[in-house]
Ligand binder design. Sequence first.
Ligand code: GTP
Length: 343
Amino acid sequence: MSEMNVTKATPIYILSGFLGSGKTTLLHRMLSYWKDGGLKPAIIMNEIGDVNLDGILVDDELPMTEMLGGCICCTVRGDLSMQMFELINNERPDVIVIEATGAANPLEILDAVTEVSLTAKIDIKPMITVVDSVHLLELHEAQKGKTYRLMMEQIRCGSILIVNKIDRLQGKQLAEVESLLRHLNPFADLLPAVKCDVDLDRLTTMYDPLHRNHDHHEGHECDCSHKNHETTDNDQEQGCRHDRVNETHDHVTVYSHYFQGPVNSEQFEKFIADLPRDVYRGKGVLSFSDTSSRFLFQYAYREADYLKIAPKGNVPDVVVFIGEHFDKNKLAEQLRQLEAIPH
Ligand SMILES: Nc1nc2c(ncn2[C@@H]2O[C@H](COP(=O)(O)OP(=O)(O)OP(=O)(O)O)[C@@H](O)[C@H]2O)c(=O)[nH]1
């Protein structure tokens, strides 16, 4: 067993939410909360532009990695693994919080973050989406455009929805926003707030950390302006897609399994072949009891791929699965059984 297998997993919080919704406001609250609790948080800030104005206000003593000039869900995505690996190894933070750009597609961020599981032991916490309640109501009225579609995506992927800026709502508008959010994402917890002032004890402990909501049929819809997406007549169609999506509130689950020891390759391949259809993505680094090399494992659309690798440093043996509604306890049990087989 490598040393990494016994080190504690670093909790990772992902803050999603549309531009100006209040992510940085929440980030500051979370950082103060952890610091007051004697913990060392680290920050990964992502900006599409080349300057990180939000970062200027972050306490100098806290480790911060700035990923500028692109969106972590697409253009600078490849850098995330390395940056997070270095942050964990060099700074040994107690917790990492990632503030994504408002234009980022949340499932793509999740996919990028799970890649880090292959090099460092991490515990991906439920995604927190900050919703600008006023902006949501406005966009919902129009029900079209990329902004609306991306906001819907961020709402669907959040396990916790912070219903922010309620000071700017009037009359029955809060009830209206809450009902809309419950309709769009019946699985999430709603936390109404002004300036993201929520109970952080609750925020950091609530919910099953491995469950999220998502409909993956939507595909990648990053709204980064630098990617030159054009607004088309299809934007009207996206309003229709939104209705379709509402019928299928799929519940995205991530399961990371850090192996205690090598497993038999044929049995592992059989386990993969028998994976439920609801598991649609897998990746990992594996040591097999019957091969001398280690392997990088990839799984997508029911195709598995194994590539011989010789990773440098303490790379854990791990597999990560992303899917909808699959029973992660069952997968965990099956993998434990594979580990228990004598070789
Ligand atoms: N009225 C009101 N304003 C708020 C609230 N929360 C945040 N703001 C303001 O909204 C603006 C944007 O807040 P940020 O926390 O920077 O939002 P963000 O999501 O990080 O913004 P980007 O980094 O541009 O994506 C700031 O001027 C905040 O002071 C709120 O509950 N009510």
